[in-house]
Design a protein around this ligand. Structure first.
Ligand code: ATP
Length: 748
């Protein structure tokens, strides 16, 4: 026995806790109309997870809860518990007894549990699907639903059959896979769109990074060039500095010496200013000489005059001496004569006499007396004395002149000597000045080179700090050249080449500046991160695509499996269907066919036109169905014995019930469910058919437990256990185990 018991609390008319134990293969539930029998069948549906309230004759969850009467108040929840013997692991849980419970509350909330653990509806459905208990309820035939399978459309029939064949589990798996596939494809799309979203930024970053790489390359080039440049520049500057110091040494020393000599030479010249004193002295001497000579000339003149006077006096003296000796030369006193002349003049006698006397006087004025001689002698003596004094003075002057001349000559010699010395000193000064100028010129040139070097050094320092700023500190960490030969080679290189290098450096600097990429550490990091993210997304897409592909394959596989199992299932059903149909109708033919909706319509049209001779067969139909992609379904074909009836629509109520029962039984035989509930399926059967029905039921009970709700005596007679359902005035259904005779009584 697979089914153990059913317990109802507050479910519909079962206000109080009621329990049915299924201890035999066939259990019949009997009771008067409206006592609550069908509620039991619905309790099964309920606990198995039925979601259609309609199939439980309600509109909402609340309708399933005991609604209360005057005597017994309504309840807030309806609960149904179904217990299976799970020792054979009918349900895939690790318990020997499987207890399924469903509770519905007035607010419509449902609770499901398996062995007291709360689960989802889905879990219940999957668990049951594994035991061929599907939600389509093919194994629960409600009242008036006997020909449900006939009334159902092709698609519903197909679902029913799939359910009965236990293929629902594949559907669940397929749905699950399709859901996953859909989700996966959505994920692919969203990851792709994410990738597309970040793509422009990544592209931008890539370009930036390339730019940074180019800038880094340029910077490396710049650094290398800087090293070349600085290395040479430092060598150049050091050498130039050393050279200048060396070159300056000699002219500086020479200049110093020249200036020293020049100072000395100038001192010599300055000292020669004594020549003026000497010339002034010479001039004084010459002046003195001139005065002296003038005096001498005067003395000579005086001497000459005195000599003349002396000789004249001498001659006078001699004449007078002679006259004295001669009488004729007697002398009249001059005073007498002048007295005479004066007396004549005063008499103003004849002018002529006056004139004669005057002449006489003149003529005799020379006439002297003896005193004249004496006077002449005295004059001679006096003149002689004067002459001697003059001669002595002249002598003195001559000595003085000689002295002056000697002094003058001496001075001239000295002056001449000094003049020579000055000229030499002047020449020396001139020579030294020329030399000094030359040294100064040389030093000036060196100084201008020094200036240039200083400017170079300044520029060098500026360039070092600029290089640090532009290309980082490594730009100035160039390796110095220690080897002297190599240094000399570098220094010998034309400085013009450094200018070329500088120009190249400028060009690179400008290019780096134009790039404006900066250090770019952040960009590189961001690019790396974005790249990693993109790669991650790409991997994600690949993974998702793989998943999608395998899910797709799984779906196809499930489809194939479904199709294959469906096909063999349908074949098996057909065999059983034919068997039960023949049993029910005493012959005839019945089959189900998988058909595509379009195909069916076509077939119907063909039938109408008398052209129904198309090849049948599930495989062919399946293939065609797949080709036409129409909705697949199950068509039922019957051929009653002795009757030319082919369409289901042409069957009588009883025939429909029999056909339907034959199909239900056929289906349940292929994949027997653990239990089958038949709610008055036998209602439309006459006695003969009831017997056939009873026979078949007994056969079914070999594979499935049967719960039969019935008013049919024949059916009751086949049951092992009977339950009576009664309802009192309180409207509460009650269950009681009864005997066959009681059952007959209850039914009445
Ligand atoms: P029949 O033999 O005519 O098919 P039955 O024995 O199958 O009848 P049910 O249809 O199972 O009877 O029972 C219907 C009864 O259950 C009705 O009397 C109805 O009032 C009662 N019922 C249904 N829902 C509720 C509810 N929520 N609360 C109380 N009683 C309810």
């Amino acid at each position: 026995m697979k089914l153990k018991s059913l317990e109802l609390v507050g479910f519909k008319s079962f206000a109080k806790k009621s329990e049915l134990n299924f201890t035999a293969p066939i259990t019949a539930i009997v009771g008067p109309n409206g006592s609550g029998k069908s509620n039991v069948a619905e309790a099964f549906r309920f606990v198995l997870g039925e979601q259609s309230f309609k199939s439980m004759r309600g509109k909402r969850g609340e309708d399933l809860i005991w609604n209360g009467t005057a005597k017994l108040p309504r309840q807030n929840r309806a609960a149904v518990k179904l217990i299976f013997d799970n020792s054979q692991k009918l349900l895939n849980i690790d318990f020997d007894e499987a207890i399924l419970e469903r509770v519905v509350h007035r607010d419509g909330v449902n609770e499901y549990s398996v062995n007291s653990s709360q689960v989802r509806l889905r879990d219940i459905l999957e668990l049951l699907a594994g035991a061929h208990i599907g939600p389509s309820g093919h194994h629960i035939i409600s009242q008036g639903e006997a020909d449900r399978v006939l009334n159902a459309n092709m698609k519903e029939r197909r679902l029913m059959i799939e359910d009965a064949l236990g293929l629902k589990i594949y559907h669940y798996k397929k749905q699950e896979s399709e859901r996953k596939l859909e989700k996966t494809n959505e994920n692919i799309k969203s990851v792709e769109s994410l990738r597309r979203e970040i793509a422009p930024h990544l592209k931008f970053l890539k370009k930036q990074v390339e730019k940074i790489a180019r800038a880094a390359e340029l910077r490396a080039k710049l650094v290398a060039l800087y090293h070349e440049y600085f290395r040479r520049e430092s060598v150049y500057i050091n050498r130039e500095r050393a050279e200048l110091a060396e070159e300056k040494k000699l002219p500086s020393e020479e200049l110093k010496k020249t200036e020293h000599d020049l100072a000395r030479a100038r001192q010599v010249l300055e000292n020669s200013q004594g020549a003026d004193k000497q010339s002034r002295e010479l001039l004084t001497i010459e002046e003195q000489l001139r005065t002296l000579r003038a005096r001498k000339d005067e003395l000579f003149r005086d001497l000459g005059q005195l000599e003349g006077e002396l000789s004249a006096e001498k001659r006078l003296f001699q004449r007078l001496e002679l006259e004295e000796k001669n009488e004729k030369h007697r002398t009249i006193a001059w005073r007498e004569v002048e007295k005479l002349a004066k007396e004549i003049e005063e008499q103003t006698i004849l002018e002529k006499i006056k004139e004669l006397v005057a002449n006489f006087l003149t003529l005799h004025r020379q006439t002297r007396d003896g005193t004249i001689l004496q006077e002449a002698g005295r004059a001679i003596e006096k003149i002689g004395k004067e002459k001697t004094s003059r001669e002595e003075a002249l002598k003195k002057e001559t000595v003085n002149e000689e002295k002056l001349l000697a002094k003058s000559a001496e001075l001239k010699v000295i002056m001449e000597k000094e003049k020579d010395e000055n000229r030499a000193a002047e020449r020396e000064v001139f020579r030294l000045m020329v030399a000094q100028n030359e040294m100064l010129g040389k030093l000036q040139m060196l100084r201008s080179r020094e200036e240039k070097l200083r400017a170079n050094e300044e520029e060098y320092k500026r360039e070092l700090s600029e290089a640090t700023a532009i290309a980082g500190v490594e730009a100035i960490h160039y390796e110095e050249i220690k080897d002297e030969v190599a240094r000399a080679q570098l220094a010998n290189e034309l400085h013009q080449e450094q200018t070329e290098r500088r120009r190249e450096l400028e060009k690179i600097k400008i290019r780096i500046e134009e790039m404006g990429a900066g250090g770019g550490g952040d960009i590189i990091k961001e690019h790396q991160e974005a790249g990693e993210r993109d790669a991650f997304l790409e991997r994600e897409i690949t993974d998702l695509e793989k998943t999608s592909q395998s899910l797709g394959e799984l779906v196809t596989e499930l489809d194939e499996k479904l199709m294959a199992e469906f096909k063999t299932g349908v074949e098996k059903i057909n065999a059983e269907f034919q068997k039960y149909f023949a049993m029910m109708f005493g012959g005839g033919e019945a089959s189900i066919e998988v058909i595509c909706e379009k195909k069916r319509k076509r077939a119907e049209l063909g039938e109408e036109a008398g052209l129904f001779d198309e090849p049948s067969g599930v495989a062919g139909l399946l293939a065609e169905a797949a080709e036409e992609k129409g909705e697949e379904g199950i068509d039922i074909r019957v051929n009653l014995p002795r009757k030319r009836i082919k369409g289901l629509d042409m069957l009588s109520g009883g025939e429909r019930a029999l056909t339907s029962i034959a199909l239900i039984f056929a289906v349940s035989q292929v994949n027997p469910p653990p239990f089958i509930i038949l709610d008055e399926t036998d209602a439309a059967l006459d006695e003969a058919n009831s017997r056939k029905y009873g026979d078949i039921i007994e056969e079914l009970a070999k594979k499935s437990q049967l719960i039969l709700i019935t008013h049919n005596r024949e059916t009751m007679s086949r049951a092992d256990v009977l339950y009576g359902v009664t309802m009192g005035v309180d409207g509460v259904s009650k269950l009681l185990s009864i005997q066959f005779a009681e059952a007959l009584e209850v039914t009445k």
